[in-house]
Design a binder for this molecule. Structure first.
Ligand code: MRU
Length: 366
């Protein structure tokens, strides 16, 4: 997608042929800064500190983390060390273990001397596959947006509510929840996006609003608590969110607050779609509430808020008493019964075990 008109992916190999470029997402929307990952430890830090975030991009960064580890030492021991270090960065997005398993599978039987080249080749494939998957999600989601647009008075936009950032910044390109939005916009279908700010880290306010703005997509930032109210007033035609882990029975784990949006959507008859690549499905997990590890993050994300002052200087300020106890669950689970449909690279799939297994027979038995 474009930044100031220039096409970017969220991760790339630099001109030196080995170091890995990323966008430091902690600085957006105030500063667009790219940086280079030079070691596996850099990659692990970038994931843990959320310079990169979003399930598919976490997976892609981990894949390149393995490449950087192999450059330093391509032994079995270092492969295992890199796997464990990268695996420990963030617990909820299953794309992380998917990418690490995939890299290990591709490297294990390869002679040590060939591992660097094999690793970079496979990491590039993972990225290209992610882009193709997101494009496909976009095409399938576009059909849904088109169908809603057909029932709108001419020129009136389809109002889409989204939570967190499941945009191109969360994937390698296009995004999952945003891919149908970008494609609808390109197809000339009027769309308008309600962007949940997404406390505590405000990925909606800082990332989704920024990337939609870069592409000229009409959007409005709202507080996290506004969605239900807007739905009651007929101002939301559909919700599309992303997911960090989807279980084999169609339960969806996504950024904290997603569940409340799904409840409000059901109460108001608003379709609630989840856009996901198959790499986000955890075929071993059944009941999402019981089976998915929920990341617990620092209380500082809740007690403090960061931004820029009117001169552009970055500021972090406290918003709660210094001794207030804090709990910060980063994700929640939306049960399959609240999900209207899963927008996957293979089309719209009902959120249940039978439909998922039928859509992905090659993956569901693995
Ligand atoms: O904590 P984050 O910013 O990594 O959480 C991201 C989300 O919850 C996204 O909605 C999810 O990863 C889907 S990304 C296509």
């Amino acid at each position: 997608m474009r930044v100031d008109g220039k096409p970017y992916r969220t991760i790339w190999v630099e001109d030196d042929g080995w170091s890995v470029g990323i966008i430091d997402q902690t600085l957006l929307p105030h500063d667009f800064v790219t940086c280079r990952l030079l070691s596996m430890e850099d990659a692990a830090r970038a994931i843990a500190d959320m310079l990169v975030r979003g399930a598919p991009l976490i997976g892609a960064t981990a894949a390149y983390g393995v490449c950087l580890a192999m450059r330093e030492d391509a032994s079995d021991e270092n492969l295992a060390y890199a796997y464990d270090t990268l695996f420990a960065t963030r617990p909820t997005a299953v794309n992380l273990s998917w990418a690490l398993d995939d890299m290990r599978k591709h490297l294990s039987d390869v002679p040590v001397g060939d591992r660097v080249a094999t690793a970079y080749k496979r990491a590039a494939e993972i990225c290209n596959e992610d882009v193709a998957i997101s494009e496909s999600i976009g095409r399938h989601g576009l059909d849904l947006v088109q169908a809603l647009a057909a029932h709108k008075p001419a020129g009136e936009p389809v109002n889409i509510l989204t939570h967190c950032n499941a945009g191109w910044l969360a994937t390698v390109d296009w995004g999952t929840a945003t891919a149908p939005i970008y494609m609808a916009h390109e197809a000339g279908i009027p769309v308008h996006v309600w962007v949940d700010e997404t406390r505590p880290r405000n990925q909606g306010a800082s990332l989704t609003a920024w990337e939609l703005g870069q592409h000229g997509i009409p959007h409005t930032l709202i507080t996290d608590n506004a969605g239900g109210h807007l739905m009651q007033h007929g101002l939301v035609d559909m919700c599309i969110v992303g997911t960090d882990r989807t279980t084999a029975q169609g339960d969806v784990c996504n950024k904290i607050g997603t569940y409340l949006k799904a409840l409000a959507a059901q109460d108001n008859g608003v379709p609630f779609y989840v856009a996901l690549p198959s790499t986000t499905i955890d075929w071993q997990a059944g009941n999402g509430v019981a089976d998915i590890p929920i990341e617990q993050r620092s209380g500082e994300e809740v007690s403090h808020i960061s931004g820029a002052d009117e001169h552009g200087a970055r500021k972090v300020i406290r918003i709660s008493p210094s001794d207030t106890p804090i709990r910060n669950d980063a994700f929640d689970v939306t049960p399959a019964r609240l999900v209207t449909g899963l927008i996957t690279e293979r089309g719209l799939v009902d959120a249940n075990r039978t439909a998922l297994a039928a859509a992905f027979p090659d993956l569901s038995d693995s």
